[in-house]
Every structure is written in C-alpha cells, then in structure tokens.
Design a protein around this ligand. Structure first.
Ligand code: SF4
Length: 482
C-alpha cells in the first residue's frame, strides 16, 4: 500500500462516505463542504510532506512492526531521537499550516496503548498487545489517519461514572456478545474526527473497581454503524463560506472538532484492547495525555511562529518596526514561543524506553510543557493584538473592498507604509485576527487551555511526578537534619 500522497488521502476519506450534522444540515458531499475542506487540506499536508524531498527524512521512518518505511504520524517511537523528531515535525506542520493539522492524536494514542496493553497482558494474562500490534501494523501499511477519542461528556462533575443518572455520560461497554462488545456514549471535542479513517476509543479517567464497563479501549472505523457526528462551531466559522477568502485570515487551512455519538456500536474482539481492566485505565490516560502534552511543544510553537511573523510584518506595514517598544514585544513573543518548544524538546530528549519497547516522554517535563502552553499563547496573542492596533477588530469586509465606492475609500484610508499594498496589509491583519479571535483561536488558544487536559490536570501530574520527598531528603541531608 505504501505512503499515500495528499490527494490519495483525500480520495480515501471521500470513499468512506461519512455524514455529519453541519449547521442544521447533513451535506451530501461532506469533504467538499466549505467548513470541512480546509481542515482536510491541513491533514493532507502531513501526507505530502512525506514525499517532499526537503522534508521526507523528517516525516518518514522505518517501522519495526511492518518492516517498511512509514509516515512518522503512525510511528511507534523507538528512541528519544524519535520523540525529538516528532516535535520537530509538528513544529514544521504548524508553521506551514498555521492551524491544528489533527493527525497527532491517533499517534499519541497508539504509543500509549502499545505500552499499556503489554503491561496489562503481563499482569492479567490478557492478549491485547498482540492484537494491537496486528491492528497498528495494518494502520501503518495503509497509512491511515486515526482519531484518539478520550474526552467523555462527564455529566455532573461531582459524580463518578457509576453515579451518573445517565450511564452513557461516560462512554461504556453496554453489552458483551460472544464475538465482541457493544459500546454506548459520546466523545466531545474530537479533533479531526471527520478527516480520520479510524477511531481509537480510550477511557477518560482512572476507573475504580465497580466501574469496569467504563474501562474500555477499542478501535472503530469512522463509518461504523451507530456513529453520529455533530460539527462543532468555531468563532467566525461561516467566513469560510464567503466567496472571498480575505476575511477568513488563513486562506487555505483550518482545524476541525466534532461531537461524536456512539449509539450501540458493535466492536469485534480483535479490535478490543481493554475490556474492564480498571487498574490500567489510569495508566493509559496518563501516558496518552503526556504524549499529547509533548505534542503541543511542537504544534503550538509552529503556529506561534506564524503569529510572530505576522506581527513583525504588520509592524513594518504600519511603519513602526523600528520603535524599541515594538521590538521588545516581538522579542518577548519569541522568548515565550521558544520556551514552549524547549519544553517539547526537553521532555522528548529525556524520554525513556517502556517495558514494551517503545519510548515514553518524560512525564514531568511534558506536563510542564503543556502548563506553559495554557498561558504563553494567550500572552503571544495579547502582544500581537497590541502591536497590530485597533484595526484588528474594526476592519471593513472583503465585500466592501470589492465595491467601487467603498473600496476606493478603504484603499485610501487604510493605506499605511507606502512600501506595502493596502490589501496585503488587510490580509495580514485578518491572519492575526484569525489566530487571536477567529476560527484559528480555537486551536491556538482554547485548545491550548483545554486540549490534552486543563491546567489543573497538569498541576496534579507535576506534583505527582516531581518527587518532592527526594528534594526534602536532599535538604535534610545537606543540613544534617535527621
Ligand atoms: Fe496535533 Fe497540535 Fe492539533 Fe493536537 S492540537 S492534533 S498536537 S496539531
């Protein structure tokens, strides 16, 4: 089957015939829909980069599973260098697309499931690991996009899954059959789901004894019977449906999230990788979350590069690029962005081999990375807004620019540095608007806060991973305190 090109990927998604509820309709040709197409192009970019002579070495690697060259987005990390290359690849994709390119979630899920199933089998005598290897070998050979589905609706947060008035508020095993299981529930905020071939369902939190039906991990095709998709709105999303692309900000690419409902979906045994083993649910959640917190050290730094570039350019266009306070602000943006990236690299370079053989990121540093990501992009956005000026929120539309009379006034009164065209200045302002307040801000800001868990989840992990008792012992030893 080999490495797909972007166009082959797009065709393969089209052939799945997925349907979704989008703004009150169920479009016949979903991939061509104006809200969906930009997000598919962002995923297609990850395919084409594997064929580009300049990026092939970063995007392609050898798989020990299928003994062939695979796209790194399906790779099971074999070294700390693999983890570092993953982050470099994500930064590159972020810079090139200026948005969430969606393909990392399945990669992170696969690496977490690979090591967790191995350890589960060792303890419980189950046979999940070999099953998962067979499944993932097929994914690698077919070069598929896999959505990692973790976030349950969770209902009343003060109640455990078993206490919820509606047991489906946490996705669960509803029935056991001789040939498999039937699952019921929903997964929210599913990044790139409509652009995926497969779904890896995982539990959303550490389950306890008595909560076995909710300790489930399995693989489901995105077009399986019983799955329903409801498109998630993004700020200013309908600008993507307008004739002119100028007001969209990001003219080619975009992200995508959906609510995914599993209405009694059957999963055969060969696709089940956890079936009630509550003691491994938390391990899987922590590992997946840590991988995805590492991922943010790459993708958010890449999108940050776009925002910094746009901010520096608008400063030139406005004629203020030589002002020292503007330079200070741009340097501050670079400092924050490179701090994010440094954490992504650090948690990768200090990653360690798991019992199953693949490499896991340094969990402490991955959580520090993500905690920074919950704050720094917001500061970058604030500084970009400061430098760009108030026009960011008041600029006339592309439709008025096209009007002979209004357009004449817009060009006349929005002119700034004579070295730059007024419409180019408007394009840059729209790009900044997209990232700080428009559709791109869903990926760059809201997702930075809540994706891979909110800041409190990282604080809990940092406290747990930091070995504070060792630090206390060091001080006691240093001061001869018994
Ligand atoms: Fe990948 Fe970043 Fe999007 Fe997550 S938020 S899927 S890491 S691009």
């Amino acid at each position: 089957m080999g490495l797909k090109k972007g166009e082959e990927y797009l065709q393969s998604i089209k052939s799945l015939g997925l349907k979704a509820h989008v703004l009150g309709e169920t479009p016949e040709d979903l991939p061509e829909h104006g809200l969906v197409a930009p997000s598919q192009k962002a995923v297609a970019f990850t395919y084409d980069a594997a064929h580009n002579s300049e990026t092939r070495d970063l995007f392609c690697t050898e798989s020990f599973l299928c003994k062939d060259v695979v796209n790194r987005f399906t790779h099971l990390h074999q070294s700390a260098a693999d983890l570092v290359n993953k982050v470099k690849m994500q930064r590159y994709c972020g810079v090139q697309t200026g948005c969430c390119f969606q393909r990392c979630v399945g990669l992170d899920a696969a690496n977490a499931i690979f090591s967790t199933t191995y350890e589960c089998d060792q303890k419980h005598g189950s046979h999940y690991h070999e099953r998962f290897k067979d499944y993932w070998r097929w994914v690698q050979q077919a070069d598929l996009v896999v959505d990692g589905a973790m976030t349950d609706p969770k209902g009343d947060r003060s109640k455990r899954p078993v206490e919820q008035p509606d047991p489906d508020l946490f996705l669960r095993i509803k029935a056991h059959r001789p040939d498999g299981i039937v699952i019921s529930g929903a997964k929210l905020h599913q990044t790139g789901m409509l652009n995926s071939h497969e779904i890896l369902v995982m539990p959303t939190l550490t389950m306890r004894p008595g909560e076995e039906p909710w300790a489930v991990c399995c693989a489901v095709p995105t077009n399986a019977k019983g799955i329903h998709y409801i498109y998630g709105r993004q700020t200013s999303d309908t600008r993507k449906l307008e004739v002119s692309k100028l007001d969209v900000g990001n003219p080619v690419y975009g992200g995508q999230e959906v609510m995914t409902v599993f209405d009694d979906v059957f999963v055969p045994h060969e696709r089940v990788f956890m079936n009630g083993e509550v003691d491994f649910s938390g391990i899987l959640v922590e590992r997946f979350a840590s991988y995805h917190r590492q991922s943010y050290g790459g993708c958010k730094a890449g999108v940050g590069d776009v925002l910094i570039g746009a901010t520096a350019l608008i400063a030139k266009m406005n004629g203020v690029d030589r002002a020292s306070h503007i330079n200070d602000k741009i340097v501050e943006m670079i400092h924050l962005n490179e701090t994010i990236y440094s954490c992504g690299i650090a948690c990768s370079a200090t990653g360690e081999q798991t019992a199953a053989g693949n490499f896991q990121v340094n969990m402490l540093l991955a959580n520090v990375c993500k905690l920074n990501v919950t704050r720094f992009p917001y500061e970058l956005a604030r500084l970009a807004t400061d430098v760009a000026g108030g026009l960011l929120g008041t600029m006339p539309s592309a439709a008025d620019l096209a009007d002979p009379l209004a357009g004449k006034y817009i060009r006349k009164y929005l002119a700034a540095s004579p070295e730059y065209d007024t419409v180019d200045r408007m394009k840059v302002l729209r790009l900044i608007e997209n990232l700080v307040a428009g559709a791109g801000a869903v990926g760059y800001l809201i997702e930075s806060m809540h994706g891979a868990g909110p800041p409190t989840a990282q604080r809990i992990m940092i406290r747990r991973q930091a070995k504070i008792d060792q630090k206390i012992d060091t001080v006691k030893h240093f001061l001869s305190i018994k």
